[in-house]
Design a protein around this ligand. Structure first.
Ligand SMILES: [Zn+2]
Length: 259
């Protein structure tokens, strides 16, 4: 029974990953994510269903389109595999519970935001609004995992503080350096994070995201590959910071209580 459940979640994750790839490709172009069938971005031919099976088709076709043999970006395989493994891992942690469902939901939105921001430097409003509304309404589900905001007050405060914190950073950047360090997309993302995980999470996640961003970008800055003024998508770092926060929550709050 348990093995079947894991297998089922692996396939669900892979199928979701495939859908996430469609969203990553179409949302920034304002294309419908349900109406058109998948087609090759190079030769525009419709992809036959048996070449559109998540993970397996990519491996079977060795990452090339079945018609034009053009290389399919590795992102397709990465997103499908990460989604499949994460669905399994979340189920391993929380079993048959509402927490499993909610974490899978959050993770699913994060995967799409991560890649869209990485590629296009934007976070679509539609995704942020889904996060914000769901973060508010999850407050009415009783007895949730304590990783989520402890109560509705901390959730709503989190939404407000999350948005304001980034808004202030944006204004400061504009005044001091005359550049846009972050966008309002990041502010809306933090509004959603605050609603989901409470105001306690906001400054820790901002701190973690900044450290991770610095560690990633510093070597490139030194090598001269990016300039201080280059545009850097901050969304992916916020999402990694949020995941680190969730995984090491106990350690972080233990550490903070010693200080
Ligand atoms: Zn093709």
């Amino acid at each position: 029974m348990l093995f079947e459940a894991y297998l089922c979640l692996f396939f669900l994750g892979a199928i979701f990953g495939s859908f996430a790839n469609v969203c990553i490709y179409r949302l920034p172009l304002d294309q419908s994510i349900v109406i058109n069938r998948s087609h090759c971005p190079f030769c525009k031919k419709k992809i036959k269903w048996y070449f559109n099976i998540p993970i397996f088709s990519y491996i079977y076709l060795q990452g090339k389109c079945s018609c034009c043999k053009e290389k399919i970006p590795i992102q397709y395989l990465v997103v499908e595999s990460i989604s499949a493994l994460s669905f399994v891992f979340i189920f391993y942690l929380f079993g048959f519970s509402i927490d499993t469902f909610l974490f899978i939901f959050i993770f699913s939105i994060y995967v799409i935001i991560f890649y869209i921001d990485l590629k296009y430097f934007i976070i679509p409003n539609s995704l942020n609004f889904i996060l914000i509304f769901s973060g508010f309404f999850k407050n009415f589900i009783p007895q949730l995992n304590r990783s989520f905001s402890p109560d509705i007050i901390s959730s709503i405060l989190g939404g407000i503080i999350g948005y304001l914190a980034i808004w202030i950073i944006i204004q400061l950047y504009k005044k001091i350096k005359n550049i846009e360090g972050m966008g309002l997309g990041d502010a809306k993302l933090f509004c959603g994070i605050g609603l989901w995980f409470g105001y306690q999470s906001i400054f820790i996640i901002i701190f973690l995201a900044s450290i991770i961003a610095l560690m990633t970008i510093a070597p490139k800055l030194i090598k001269g590959k990016v300039k201080m003024k280059s545009e850097i998508p901050f969304g992916p770092f916020i999402i990694i910071g949020n995941l680190v926060y969730l995984i090491f929550m106990d350690e972080i709050f233990n550490f903070l209580s010693i200080l």
